[in-house]
Write a protein that binds this ligand. Structure first.
Ligand code: CA
Length: 235
């Protein structure tokens, strides 16, 4: 993105809003603060934000009511909404997601976690182009035909393994944490355990056969697809 992403903070507690705004600004975002739903709507009328951080407990209209309203409005329905909630229990989180929130974060939260969640919702709204061929070493993937081959031989992959491989191939030699993979491949990590990633990586390696060694486990960090390992794998 050329201009800094505009993030609307809807939060009635000035201390929290201030802290969030300062951190966003330091990390390349352009924060705008509104204390309640009325002021938030005024900001939205002025310029559409790229994402909204929405507090659950607000004077006047609740965050939940606002999320529902913005989701049903044609102009605002595609803006990612991240709910800030002091409550930890599951029914409230589900209600927030049902109302159209893309994710939620429970207070107190760390700045790093908040920034990661914001980046994740922004990425999800900007899908990667879907028709292309990518190659890493002798591994080839065609996203249009959903075909994968290694050394010219076709390989059979399940849909999740295909998406996982596609993502790894688009960013080779880079370490991906489990939560990054959940964000980028599954698209919504709210109800998925990180262990799920391990299960699909195992299946992916099996499907790749001799090329399975290209998917490396980086201890304590995550996974990486590397062209180096393939040079040692004999057909
Ligand atoms: Ca509040």
């Amino acid at each position: 993105m050329k201009r800094p992403p505009r993030i609307l903070i809807v939060e009635d507690e000035p201390a929290i809003a201030e802290l969030v705004a300062v951190n966003l600004r330091h990390n390349g975002f352009s924060p705008v603060w509104a204390e309640d739903g009325v002021l938030a709507e005024r900001e939205i009328d002025t310029a559409l934000p790229d994402a909204i951080l929405l507090d659950w407990m607000l004077p006047g209209q609740s965050g939940l009511a606002l999320a529902r309203k913005w989701r049903s409005d044609r102009r605002t329905k595609d803006i990612p909404i991240l709910m800030l909630t002091a409550r930890g229990d599951e029914p409230d989180k589900i209600a927030g997601l049902d109302a159209g929130a893309d994710d939620y974060i429970t207070k107190p939260f760390s700045t790093q976690e908040l920034l990661a969640r914001i980046r994740a919702v922004l990425r999800r709204r900007a899908p990667e182009p879907s028709d292309e061929t990518v190659s890493v070493g002798e591994l080839k993937l065609d996203s249009a035909t959903h075909r994968v081959s290694w050394r010219g031989r076709p390989l059979k992959l399940g849909p999740t393994e295909f998406k996982l491989l596609y993502h790894l191939m688009k960013h080779p030699e880079r370490v991906h944490s489990r939560s990054q993979l959940l964000d980028n491949v599954w698209g919504d990590h709210v109800f998925i355990e990180e262990r799920t990633v391990d299960v699909h990586v195992k299946r992916l390696r099996e499907s790749l056969g001799a090329a399975g060694t290209m998917v490396e486990t980086v201890r304590g960090a995550g996974y990486r697809l590397t062209a180096q390992a393939a040079s040692g794998a004999e057909a």
